[in-house]
Design a protein around this ligand. Sequence first.
Ligand SMILES: C[S@@+](CC[C@H](N)C(=O)[O-])C[C@H]1O[C@@H](n2cnc3c(N)ncnc32)[C@H](O)[C@@H]1O
Length: 390
Amino acid sequence: MNRHEFASLLDRVIKERMLKKITLSKSALPGVARIQIRPFEKGGSAMVQLSKFQEDNKVIHENLPADGAGEEIISLFMDFFKQCNIVTAAGNCEAKCNKKGSLYVKNQIDFSRQETAAASSHDKQKRHFLPPNQPVAFLQELGISGTDGRVYDRMAHKLAQINRFLELIDDVKDSLPENRPVRIFDLCCGKSYLTFAVHHYFTQILHRQVEMVGVDLKEDVIEHCSRTAEKLGLAGLTFQCGDILQFEPDSKPDMVLSLHACDTATDIVLNTAVRLGTGIILSSPCCHHELAQQLQSEELHLITDYGILQQKLCEISTDALRAQALKISGYQVQLIEFIDPENTPKNLLIRAVKNRGKMDEAKKNKLVNEYQCLCEMLNVNPTLKRLLNI
Ligand SMILES: C[S@@+](CC[C@H](N)C(=O)[O-])C[C@H]1O[C@@H](n2cnc3c(N)ncnc32)[C@H](O)[C@@H]1O
């Protein structure tokens, strides 16, 4: 396949709305590690979004009209990248480009397949993996909905949180191993609404096998969750009672989840996930009390003189330091608005994906130095700092 034929193929994939994702990798573009391209719709027009993943972990987004985007993408690929992977609703295509500009294409796209990839709406159209008012056994069993599937008003906010969590897992599911059951831990699982929902998502929606463990300190809650999983015959879902600080599983998890682990319990979750070498971490912190006892900063007294601002500073400093601690531990980190603040004020989510290669020592030292400088400036010594020995 020559350049012209490859460009036509790409144009057709975009025009017929079959595109799911393009990844340009093995980069020679200064400062840019890779580019991901996804389709979306804005005001009824088909667009594509280029996400440029910078070497300093920042991501720069650029939107282009879908019409003519194929040629732009091909130019970027052939000028600066060695590899281009196209994922479509009708199969995949892999292209490689060598230094002399020769193109090798392995095309497995079959346009006769009818499925059309739904372009994700830029207006944040929500994917409800658990649509409200559809009967699902575990939702009924956990008291989120009645037998007719109607969600109880008092539980609607919990269902919204769970649906959003599933969306955020869905975004990273392609990084999970494909040739064996996915190993997932929900640490500080409490009543385990999330644990059951994630099990449902993997087994019933993705049709994958899981080995999933929920862990919590509360004996009665864990007993109830174990009985419920058994009653519903949920394969691969177990619960353990215990302190996550001492949690020693038999095998390394692919993903660690945690929803609203209280105060420093989130630090223990993150430390446990790092200690076990987890590939993906998704954690929405809860209350932030620890730094409120410690934070003092003469330099920042214009903020700390006001109780309400001091509290907000404690919260954002705690999570900024957590994010940096994960970067130091070799993860790409995003801090995402988890959910509408009207649903819960605990609306931040830390999403961390482990880097493949080993981090350069100089880069690590720089991250550590930045971390320690902020701790000194705020006069704080967070639990995660002590646990990770930073
Ligand atoms: C606010 S609840 C959240 C429960 C659940 N994830 C949810 O969102 O519904 C926090 C849970 O963390 C558990 N927890 C706190 N510290 C823990 C620890 N060190 N080890 C295990 N569980 C812990 C508590 O028992 C409690 O069930």
